[in-house]
Design a protein around this ligand. Sequence first.
Ligand code: FAD
Length: 468
Amino acid sequence: MKTVGEISPRPRLPAAARAALDDRLGERVSYSEAVRSQHGHSETHFASCLPDAVVFVENTDEVVFVVGLCAAHDIKLTAYGAGTSIEGNALPIAGGISLDMSRMNRILSINADDFDVTVEAGVTRIALNNHLRDQGLFFPVDPGADATIGGMASTRASGTNAVRYGTMREAVLGLRVVTADGREIRTARRARKSAAGYDLTRLFVGAEGTLGIITEVTLRLHPIPEVISSAVCSFETLEGAATTVIQAIQLGVPLARAEILDDAQMRAVNRWSKLGYPEKTTLFFEFHGSQASVDEQVATVEELATSNGGGTFSWSSLPEERSRLWKARHEAYYATLGLRPGSAGWATDVCVPIGRLAECISETKRDLSTCSVPATICGHVGDGNFHVCFALDPDAPDEWAEVEAFNARLVARALTMDGTCTGEHGIGLGKQAALVDELGDGVDLMRAIKRALDPAGIFNPGKIFAPN
Ligand SMILES: Cc1cc2nc3c(=O)[nH]c(=O)nc-3n(C[C@H](O)[C@H](O)[C@H](O)COP(=O)(O)OP(=O)(O)OC[C@H]3O[C@@H](n4cnc5c(N)ncnc54)[C@H](O)[C@@H]3O)c2cc1C
């Protein structure tokens, strides 16, 4: 297993800083091994590393206080939302404080007429949608995991709905952020568009907590569609499935979700979620709109599927059936790990222009056929984004080397096709070399921005590029 950071059994914050923290926040500062371990653990293949303390903040004043304390004592500070990120993004690899945002979970204002909402950063997307449902509104960005809005903004997350509703880049209208010098700034007002200077909102969206701590987020909302219909369709080939989605998008069909799962992923999902779908490459679709519009979308997509080797569509219109279907899709990663009990997960994340997708997936599948580590493919095929998920033996270094080499080839393939090393998981620890391959001197500009906004390198050190 790879090791990052140092496992420190004893807290090592300066005594004066500890005293100030304890005095102001009392029991909301934790030095316990269990709480620190939970905040130093990643969902994927990165080894654990402990922060020196975990601080649970409840309001912006407390965030300002902790940032000021860290600046004064040169303590590193890593924001923690729900800890579901995939590239080791929230791991406190240099120790210091893990700033747990989950208690900043108030929904501050809903402007139903303007289709927007302002929330504290620790609100989770499921809690937000439960709160909005009665008003006929929903927030569409859906990474599967019940992530926080602050974490999702910071990784520029997307997920199954992005093909229709966009990613966090489109969803975030404005932010409140605590900066390294202890100020709380606002990046934008609620207006739908603005040409007011540099786009600070998008600077912090995707910054992985390296530039400041997001305390509030204003989000775009959407009306809950009149009709929602989901379907599953299996295909003879991976190319046929990918081509169906590409052609549907090229014809302007407003697909709400279009997810691809290869035969291995379907085997894993059937086993994990106790389903009985054919174990072939499969598309999961969702259509939103009026009855007439959904009927029209469905007719077009069924025709395209048939011409590309697809079978019959199996429909789920009842809410509970749809939830079961999408729950199975969202648990695909755990289903892959379930193929090999005790395994460690490694999820790749390339994204290519939609016109190159079928070619990229096919070449990747061919490459995978010589790989000895159990793996599955699934993806947000409507965006050109797909994941190969490996279930590794944690104690087999040759498997790690094999997957690392595979991932490097996959990223190189995507870059050759003018794609990206990460469609949605971010750079974190795992994609730093790939970022340089992708953007070259652009990374120097990112470093300059980091130095300007966080000259002492307090926020989430060692992420995106190292050293900061
Ligand atoms: C099973 C599974 C499926 C997933 N599927 C998808 C998917 O389809 N699409 C997708 O995009 N992602 C997916 N993810 C990844 C993950 O859910 C996202 O990266 C999510 O955005 C992380 O949110 P979080 O609240 O867990 O943040 P964390 O993991 O806690 O933190 C993520 C990053 O944001 C920073 N951060 C957190 N809160 C703040 C804040 N308030 N201010 C500043 N920085 C902050 C952290 O320091 C860290 O760098 C999946 C994860 C799992 C486990």
